[in-house]
Each structure stands twice: as C-alpha cells, then as structure tokens.
Design a protein around this ligand. Structure first.
Ligand SMILES: Nc1ncnc2c1ncn2[C@@H]1O[C@H](COP(=O)(O)OP(=O)(O)O)[C@@H](O)[C@H]1O
Ligand SMILES: [Mg+2]
Length: 295
C-alpha cells in the first residue's frame, strides 16, 4: 500500500489552524486521499521539504520579512504556487507589467523612495507595493495633499516603494468582485465591500478578522478581463495557465462601468472557499490531487 500524499498548508503563527475560510480544507483533501495539515511557514521544526506539496494559504506576516519569506519559498522543492510566481506577485509592480501586456488594469504610478509623485487632481490611493489586507493603504482627496505626502514619506522611510492610483469611486457603491481559478479553470466569484475610509488606513486589528464577503455572479466582461490577466501573467512568467494551481483576480469598475484589475493574487489569496462557495474547496482539492498524480 502506498502512503497517502502529504500536503502542508502554510500559515502563520497567529493562525496556527489556518484562516476561518479555510478550515474545511483538510477534510476536502482527505476525501481525495490526501493527508493535509497546517504549519506556520517559519516553524523550523517542520520539514517542509519532505511534503509532497506545500500550499501557501495564510502566511500573512511576511510583508515585513519579505526577503526571508521568499528565501524560504526558494528552498522548497514542491511549492504551489511556485517561488518564482510568489516573488513576482508579492510586489504590486506586477500590475505595471500586466498593463504593458494589454490587460485592463487600474492605472497607477510607482513611486520609489527618493522620488516625488505627480499629485493627481482627483481622489487617489497610496499603498505600499508589498502589502496585503489593506494595511497602509491610504485614500485621499486632492485637498489633503499634506496628509498624503506624510503617508508617502512614512512608507518611504520604512523602505517601501509606493503605488499611487486614482480612487475608483464605483467601489463605494458596487464593491469589488473576486474571481477564483484553480489550475487555470474558473471556479467561483465573490464580492467584497469597499475597504477604505478617507485618510491613511489603519492596520487591521487582527489577521483573523473576517473580511465580509458574499457570493457573486461574474458576468462576461468580468470573466474576459480576469481570463486576460491570468493568460498574460502565465506568459510573463513563462508558465502554462494550468501551472497556476490557484489564482484570484480582483476587479473594480471604472467610471464607465468596465472592470479593471485591482489585484491578481497568485501568492496567498483568501479564496472564499467556505464563506462563499462550499463546493469550491472540493475543486481545489481535486486540482491538487491531479497535480500530485502528475508528479
Ligand atoms: N485605486 C483604488 N480605488 C478604489 N479602492 C481601492 C483602490 N486601491 C485600493 N482600494 C481599496 O483598498 C483595498 C485594499 O487595496 P488592494 O490594492 O486590494 O491591496 P491589498 O493587497 O492590501 O488587498 C481594496 O480592497 C479596495 O477596497
Ligand atoms: Mg486586495
């Protein structure tokens, strides 16, 4: 009898049993004959290299330790998504590459330390290029330039590069639509409400605070933009689409109602597995099982 394959679900010390949305994943893997268990990525007692696959799920404390985290990713022989993808995707400058590849992306300009932006005349957002969970994402009206400059200076002082984008006001009424793909195949969609009040956003009180998400229907326009983002990313990364075991494309509408990519999450996305689609975890587990069979 061959041993059951082992999948380690990488999380952080603060969420030792994973994030609330993912807690039924272990059972879904068991249905596929896979042993899965949760493991904080920086727990040196765990032999991640021995796993048949390490799946990044909620290692959400890496933002301030990115080099250490990426070195850990590089050290793993079997990581999903692969370390090269994580390296590319944990820096929002990938949005510029997607825009250059012709994907409809929220426009933005990158402002590294030492540089000053051309301040927009309309409401805008300043965020670190490396970040997640809306941490340090600030929203400003043009008359609050001094506050915006202070927020930018603080990001730069911490060594961060900033991304400056026009605020897409549609998010206040329509929110954000996230489309989830497994092995390049569309699985499901969910809706997120607007996350920003005016001013510099405060860090979330706790990583375990659930984002308020609900199921959504992805229309043709949303599907087309999400598919084009996924295709372009695969080409830029020299991978096949199906090599991306999981992907989430976040879309918000421009002034005319057309969807734009706000984020393409290929590293450690919240997938809405439990909060929005109870069958989605089975599709993820099946995609992982197929990957393990392919070797
Ligand atoms: N340009 C923008 N226009 C409108 N809302 C934005 C914009 N950028 C960010 N936001 C809001 O801030 C949240 C976090 O920003 P996002 O770019 O998704 O970074 P993170 O990686 O932190 O999730 C989004 O979910 C959205 O509600
Ligand atoms: Mg986001």
């Amino acid at each position: 009898m061959t041993a059951r394959p082992l999948v380690l679900l990488a999380t952080c010390q603060e969420l030792p049993g994973g994030y609330a949305d993912d807690i039924e994943l272990v059972a879904a893997f068991a249905e596929q004959g896979i042993s899965a268990s949760w493991a904080p990525w920086d727990d040196t007692d765990i032999d991640f290299a021995a796993a048949d696959l390490v799946l990044l799920r909620s290692p959400w404390d890496y933002m301030r330790r990115l080099d250490e985290f990426l070195a850990w990713c590089d050290s793993l022989p079997r990581l999903a998504n692969p370390a090269s993808v994580v390296r590319w995707n944990t820096d929002k400058r990938y949005l510029v590459a997607l825009a250059e590849a012709g994907v409809a992306v929220v426009p933005g300009s990158v402002v590294p330390p030492g540089e000053r932006p051309a301040w927009p005349a309309t409401e805008f957002v300043i965020k670190p290029t490396v970040g997640a969970g809306s941490v340090e994402v600030g929203r400003f009206t043009p008359d609050r330039r001094a506050e915006a400059a202070a927020h930018l200076a603080a990001l730069h002082a911490s060594g961060a590069t900033a991304l400056l984008q026009p605020y897409q006001a549609s998010v206040d009424t329509e929110g954000e639509t996230a489309l989830v793909f497994f092995a390049g195949v569309f699985s499901h969609a969910f809706h997120k409400p607007a996350m920003l009040d005016g001013g510099p956003a405060r860090a979330r009180a706790s990583l375990a605070d659930a984002e308020v998400v609900r199921p959504a229907r992805a229309g043709d326009a949303h599907r087309a933009v999400a598919e084009s983002a996924l295709g372009a990313a695969a080409r830029l990364l020299r991978l096949r689409r199906q090599d991306l075991l999981y992907a989430r494309v976040d879309l918000i509408a421009d002034d005319t109602g057309s969807p734009l990519v706000l984020e393409l999450e290929l590293s450690e996305p919240l997938l809405g597995l439990r909060l929005t689609d109870a069958s989605a975890r089975r599709r993820l587990a099946a995609a992982v099982a197929a990957r393990l069979r392919a070797g």
